[in-house]
Design a protein around this ligand. Structure first.
Ligand code: PRP
Ligand code: URA
Length: 236
């Protein structure tokens, strides 16, 4: 059991005694974008509520994923193209190059679905990382990244940025595939994870819906929303 050694003594909890930065210290990090939109604040309140049932929780994760995708894709490159309206020819735009989204399994699946509602024409590269709840280290168990990469940008999506271990590893894996431009999209970040991700990968943009207070001794975000995977898939 977490926190108990085989001899039955109380063992140290994984985040116990580890200093954490404050919200104020991480809010001004470069390339960090924290949503201030009132619609997001409304949906986040519904999402955090422990009485929100699984189907509504999953629906909200998708809706928040769509809002985050809209914010995070504001600087995508466009190409000019020509079309004809029913009345006359005109110049228009299409998104240049390919766009990829990498859901970090399993909790990233709902966010990726929301992202696809904004940009249906994305490649989805699944990456399975599971956090060991005793050590809080991420373990890779599934990887369907293609060998051939010709994308403009890839967005790694995962609702919870807690210690940052899963996000840092995911970006390392994507960088090894030679992706030219990477961003991270998440729902809730803890200051500790945000600081670590930003320091490990200062070249990526990070978009989150909310920045919470801290991690508790077990590495859970507080106030948070609990376990994002369990709440999406009903595995309590
Ligand atoms: C959760 C979450 C992140 C990770 C965050 O996933 O979705 O991937 O923990 O923690 P970290 O920042 O400390 O690495 P979990 O490992 O519980 O797997 P799941 O998606 O299958 O529920
Ligand atoms: N993973 C979650 O799902 N929730 C947390 O608070 C931390 C990690």
């Amino acid at each position: 059991m977490l926190g108990t050694s085989p001899q039955g003594d109380r063992a140290k909890l994984p985040m116990q005694g580890i200093p954490q930065p404050t919200r104020e210290e991480v809010m001004k990090l470069p390339r960090v974008h924290i949503s201030t939109h009132p619609v997001m604040a409304h949906k986040m309140t519904l999402l955090r509520n422990k009485n929100t049932p699984t189907p509504q929780f999953y629906q909200l994760v998708q809706e928040i994923g769509a809002l985050l995708a809209y914010e995070a894709t504001a600087s995508l490159t466009l190409e000019k193209c020509s079309i004809e309206t029913p009345l006359q020819p005109m110049a228009g735009y299409s998104l240049a190059g390919g766009i990829g989204v990498t859901p970090i399994l399993r909790a990233g699946l709902g966010l990726a679905e929301g992202f696809r509602q904004v940009i249906p024409d994305v490649q989805v590269w699944h990456l399975g990382l599971r956090r060991d709840e005793e050590t809080l280290k991420a373990l890779e168990y599934y990887n369907r990244l293609p060998h051939h990469v010709d994308l403009q940008v890839v967005y790694a999506v995962d609702p919870m940025l807690a210690t940052g271990g899963s996000a840092i590893d995911a970006i390392n894996i994507l960088k090894r595939r030679g992706i030219p431009r990477l961003s991270y999209l998440g729902i809730i970040a803890a200051p500790y994870g945000l600081m670590r991700l930003s320091q490990a990968h200062p070249d990526i943009n990070i978009y989150v819906a909310a920045l919470d207070e801290a991690l508790n001794d077990n590495g859970y975000i507080i106030p948070g929303l609990g376990d994002a995977g369990d709440r999406q898939f009903g595995t309590f």
